[in-house]
Design a protein around this ligand. Structure first.
Ligand SMILES: [Zn+2]
Length: 491
């Protein structure tokens, strides 16, 4: 859909004044201001006045925490089943805020497929952290606290939360929330409860683990239980509380990084996240939580154009829809008309070669989908043509080496992936380069350590075998000085 941005003209004008490379993956300046964020919600409401409304959940030092509520039927019945979607509980994980805004744009667009649920979307729970670029929120005295450690741990329901979290708990307890999606970054994983105890599982753990794995495969992420995938030092996470206190499935989604060398472009992350979101709604339909839309009648094929969002992150996509499903060659274009992404669908799922582009038209991501999941070797290029990332997938999971280079071509990070889980082999930090770390690990006197495969771009074939399980580049035992290689940063 398209919506008029009104007072956001200045913010977007600034975005356009930044050189194309800076404004995309590595700059978040146009998005940091809380007033601009809330103006985007107001603009969505203004564009869809009968099916959306804006609710203030809490007020903090840096502004209001606002929710966009969407009822495609325009009724807003108190007992209507609601999907609660939150981002930005860690304020510096700003891509999570953008993804929730994208989902708000989608479910506001009036399509029949969203009907049967109401949607309550809070793009930035922690607006203080969002405003200041900090992970932490501020208590009434101005002291930082981790908002995702301030919920009652299951079994300890009397824990008093800070006013921000208390207000959020009140808000989510109202009405009939039936499921929760909680967006974070940047571990590239989708996670099911619980975080507080590896031995604790939701009542229907198999079903929740199953849909989480499906959603993860659609974007090539890892999946698993939070406590097992990410090591927490503390308890009291939001999704644990939603799962325990509300008794509803609460899935935590760790998006990819946006500020590191080789990061995926923001506009592509937003499009990619539409796939798992669609799968999750389908799962709610299969469970009877949400009525399924009427099956499309056999109507043959026709060309369709879909417009979502605004520049610089919005797109316009055109291609054939056959019997209600995308089928055939599609093209996505930036709002200014430049080619953003192209490939084919087969009965609603990406299939075959896909390619994304920089705003200037240079190739960016190049790879293959099989039945809606990334498969085989994928490469990413800077606008200069420099290779900045290589990774491989098998069956929707990351497999083998994942390597990233800076725009100058310097090796920046190598991770070894198996079954979707990746362990860091080296990462340039300060004056110590990834190459030096690999060379040290490969020294013959370190007999206990297997030499790591040094990824040189001269031998891409060694990293392009999607069906080969990851070579065990991972050392059995980490040297004392190395940090434990887990998914970074904790959600
Ligand atoms: Zn987080």
């Amino acid at each position: 859909m398209r919506f008029y941005l009104g007072s956001l003209v200045c913010a977007w004008a600034i975005a356009h004044a930044v050189p194309a490379q800076a404004q995309r993956a590595h700059s978040r300046d146009p998005f940091r201001d809380v007033a601009s964020l809330n103006a985007r919600l107001a603009a969505l409401h203004a564009a869809h006045p009968t099916t959306t409304r804006v609710v203030t959940v809490a007020t903090t030092a840096h502004g209001d925490v606002q929710a966009l509520e969407v009822d495609p039927a325009g009724q807003f019945a108190a007992d209507a089943p609601a999907l609660f979607i939150q981002g930005g509980i860690h304020g510096n994980e700003w891509i999570s805020t953008e993804v929730v805004l994208r989902l708000a744009e989608l479910v506001s667009d009036g399509q029949p497929r969203w009907r049967g649920l109401t949607y309550r979307l809070v793009p930035a729970i922690n607006v203080d952290g969002f405003a200041t670029g900090s992970r932490k929120a501020l208590d009434p005295a101005g002291k930082p606290f981790d908002a995702n450690r301030d919920f009652p741990v299951p079994g300890q329901p009397d824990h008093p939360s800070q006013p921000l979290i208390a207000a959020l708990r009140d808000y989510v307890s109202q009405g009939k929330v039936v499921a929760v999606l909680d967006y974070h970054s940047a571990a590239e994983c989708m996670l099911w409860p619980f975080a507080y105890d590896k031995a604790a599982a939701p009542p229907d753990v198999d079903a929740i683990a199953g849909i989480t794995a499906q959603m993860a495969s659609a974007v090539g992420f890892c999946s698993g239980q939070v406590a097992k995938v990410i090591s927490y030092k503390h308890q009291g996470t939001a999704s644990d509380w939603y799962q325990d206190a509300l008794g509803v499935p609460a899935i935590l989604i760790e998006l990819g990084s946006v500020d590191d060398p080789g990061s995926q472009a923001v506009e592509q992350i937003l499009i990619d996240q539409e796939r798992p979101f669609g799968l999750f709604l389908g799962w709610l339909e299969a469970r009877g939580v949400k009525p399924a839309p009427a099956a499309p009648a056999a109507s043959g094929c026709r060309d369709v154009t879909v417009a979502v969002g605004e520049a610089p992150l919005g797109y316009q996509a055109t291609g054939p829809v056959c019997d209600g499903l995308r089928h055939g060659a599609w093209q996505f274009r930036f709002v200014d008309g430049g080619l953003m992404r192209e490939g084919s669908y087969e009965r609603g799922k990406e299939q075959g070669a896909w390619r994304t582009y920089h705003p200037g038209g240079q190739p960016q991501d190049v790879g293959t989908f099989v039945a809606g999941t990334p498969d085989g070797g994928w490469k990413r290029y800077a606008a200069t043509g420099t290779l900045v990332e290589e990774r491989s997938y098998a069956g929707g999971s990351r497999e083998g080496a994942l390597s990233r280079w800076t725009d100058d071509g310097a090796l920046w990070q190598v991770r070894a992936c198996a079954g979707g889980m990746c362990k860091t082999q080296c990462k340039t930090s300060g004056k110590t380069t990834c190459e030096q770390i690999l060379a040290k690990a490969a020294r013959p006197d370190r007999h206990a350590k297997r030499p790591a495969a040094t990824p040189t771009r001269a031998k891409p074939a060694t990293r392009a075998k999607p069906t080969t399980r990851a070579k065990p580049v991972v050392r059995k035992k980490a040297p004392a000085k190395r940090k434990r290689a887990t998914a970074t940063p904790a959600s």
